[in-house]
Design a protein around this ligand. Structure first.
Ligand code: GSH
Length: 199
């Protein structure tokens, strides 16, 4: 597989899961402003959506969207997301929440033209979403019960963003992030993106 990524972007979740699952992959850095890869290729010709993560599968097909890529990788390494019963639906529910309610809430913070008021509102929305997850992580070790899943990889990235944008991370989530950060897969993924001291 080949992952198109940008350091510290949401594609870091795919990077973490590739390491966690021991899946072989190559990595291509993308400049999201110029839409060029590190070797100067036109990223829009590779992924017309223009954003990362973009994963080239072993059959040559391109897969995009965090929720699709993370579930695809979990299909290769089933221990990385519950596959049966109610736990399966809870996993998908959590993945959707992180993607559509938390990840998207950050958007104004990455939009240079957003006003100070829009940015402040975004921080408040992110804090509200984090508070809901904090309640959950006061009760279970990981987002989906007591085993690490692809949802944890995604949420870890969202928590690095909270720190970067000065959004307070509540206590249970802060403990959870500290525990995740020393996980070998996360250390390896951060190193792969040149981020060890930054996250
Ligand atoms: N819907 C996509 C959104 C991915 C996304 O927001 N990627 C960001 C980095 S975290 C990006 O590449 N932004 C650059 C751009 O949209 O031009 C997904 O969930 O995978």
């Amino acid at each position: 597989m080949k992952l198109y990524y940008s350091p510290g972007a949401c594609s870091l979740a795919t990077n973490i899961v590739l390491h966690e699952g021991g899946l072989a992959a190559s990595f291509v850095k993308v400049d999201l402003k110029t839409k060029r890869t590190e070797s100067g290729e036109d990223f829009l010709a590779i992924n017309p959506k223009g954003y990362v993560p973009a994963l080239v599968l072993d059959n040559g097909e391109l897969l995009t969207e965090n929720v699709a890529i993370l579930q695809y990788l979990a299909s290769l390494v089933p221990r990385l997301l519950p596959q049966e019963g109610m736990a399966k639906w809870r996993g998908i529910e959590s993945l959707a929440f992180v993607s559509t309610e938390l990840h998207k809430a950050y958007k104004p913070l990455f939009t240079p033209s957003a006003s100070a008021e829009q940015k402040q509102k975004a921080k408040e929305l992110v804090a509200d979403r984090l508070a809901l997850l904090d309640e959950r992580l006061g009760k279970t070790e990981f987002v989906v019960g007591n085993d690490f899943s692809v949802v944890d990889a995604y949420l870890f990235v969202m928590l690095t963003w909270a720190q970067h944008h000065g959004v307070a991370v509540p206590a249970s989530l802060a403990r959870y992030a500290a525990k995740l950060k020393v996980r070998p897969s996360i250390q390896a993924a951060l190193a792969r993106e040149g981020l060890n001291s930054a996250a």
